[in-house]
Design a protein around this ligand. Sequence first.
Ligand SMILES: Nc1nc2c(ncn2[C@@H]2O[C@H](COP(=O)(O)OP(=O)(O)OP(=O)(O)O)[C@@H](O)[C@H]2O)c(=O)[nH]1
Ligand SMILES: [K+]
Ligand SMILES: [Mg+2]
Length: 427
Amino acid sequence: MAAAAANKGGFDTIYALSSGRPPAAIAVVRISGPEAAATLRALAGRVPVPRTACLARLRDAAGATLDHGLTLWFPGPASATGEDLAELHLHGGRAVVDAVLRTLAARGLRMAEPGEFTRRALIHGRLDLAEVEGLGDLLSAETEIQRVEALRRAEGQLGRALRGLADALVALAAMIEARIDYEEAQALDGVETDGALHALSARLDALLAAPPVERLREGVRIAIAGPPNAGKSSLFNALLANDAAIVSPIAGTTRDVLERPVAIAGIPCLLLDTAGLREAEDAVERIGIERARAALASADLILDLAETVPESAARIAVQGKADLVPPIAGRLAVSSRTGSGLDTLLQTIASRAAALLPGPDQIGLEARYRVALETVRGALDAARATSDLVLQAEHVRVARETLNRLTGGADIEAMLDALFGRFCLGK
Ligand SMILES: Nc1nc2c(ncn2[C@@H]2O[C@H](COP(=O)(O)OP(=O)(O)OP(=O)(O)O)[C@@H](O)[C@H]2O)c(=O)[nH]1
Ligand SMILES: [K+]
Ligand SMILES: [Mg+2]
C-alpha cells in the first residue's frame, strides 16, 4: 500500500533509451511512472493490451508521424520497475531516437539517471539489494564465469540465502525468549537452541567459504616476477598476444607496473608486468622495484621466472627462454619467442585461477556481506559460549540487527549511490 501511494505521490515519470547507442536496427525507449499510460496514449493513440506487442504509428504533439514501432504496456505494480511502464521499440536511427526523446521531454517527462529504473524496482520491492548487485555485475560481465556467477545473484540466490538466515534467527530468538519466559521451557535443557545455533553457524560458514566476488569482478591478479632481463615483459606480451610492454636487451627496461585485463579460458584475469628485482643504483629503477614488490604482495598468482619469491600457494615456477635454456625439473618451460609451452602455462593458470573464484555452487560475497556475516557468526559463537539465557538473547538480537542492516538500513543510501553509479543509462 505504501509503495502504491508513493508511486502516485512521490515519483515523477522518467524515460531513457534502454538499448545501445544508435544507429542500430532497433532502439528501445522505456517510460516509467504515473504518466506512462497518458504518454503512450498521446504518442500511439492508445494503450495496448498489457504485455502484448502492438504495432503503432507514433506521433508528436502536433500529430506528425515520428516512427512506426512496437508499443508494450506493463501496468504497475507487476512491472520491472513496480510502476506503470511503457516500452517503445523504434527504428534505431539517431534522428528517430532523438525525435522521440524530444517529444517525451516536451511532455514534461524527465530523462532517467543511470540505474534509475533499477533503483525504482528496488524501492518498490521488485528486486532486493543482492539481486540489484548481481544485475550490476551481469551488465558488466565480460567473461563466461562472471556471467554465470552474476546471474545466480541477479536471480536472487544470495537474497534467498540471507532471508533463510534471517528466518532461522527469528525462530532461534523466539526459542530463547520462550525459555526465558516459561519455567517449564527453562527446565528443558538447551539441546534445541544449541542445535539451532550450530546449524546456523554451519550455514554461515558455507556462505563465507566462497571466495570474494571482487576478485571475480576485477580479475585474478597474476604478476610476473623475476630478475632483470628474465623475459618478464616478453612473457607478458605473449600471454596477452599483444605488444603492450616494451621489450629490450637492456636490463631494467620495465619501471612501472603494467596491468592488462585478459580472459584465460573464460576466467577474468589481470596480468601484471613488473620491474626486474635487483639492487638498483638508479633512483627511478629503485622506485620501480618497490612497486614490483607491492604488486607481488597483492598478487593472487605469481609467475616466477627464477627463485624470486618463496614457494607458496600463489607461486607458479616458470622456466623462460626455453628455446635457449635447457629445461629445469619442476618448472614449466616456456619460450615467448617460439610460443612453446605457452598452452600448458595457460592451462595451469586457468586451473589455479578457477580455484580462487566462486565455484558453481557458491555465491560470491562482496566485502560488505563478508564483514556483516562474520559479525553475525561472531555473535552466534558468543551465544553458544554462554548458558545465560538473557545474554544469549542479546547476542542473537545483535546477529539479527546486523543481518537486517545488510538488506536495508539507515546507511544504505550512500551504498545505493555507489551501486547505481555502475549501471548504464536506461537500466
Ligand atoms: N630467445 C629468447 N629470447 C627472449 C625470450 N624472452 C625474452 N627474450 C629476450 O630477452 C631480453 C629481455 O626480455 P624482456 O622481456 O625485456 O625481459 P624483462 O624481464 O622484462 O626485463 P626487464 O624489464 O629489464 O626487467 C630481450 O632481448 C628479449 O628479446 C625467449 O623466450 N627466447
Ligand atoms: K629488458
Ligand atoms: Mg620488462
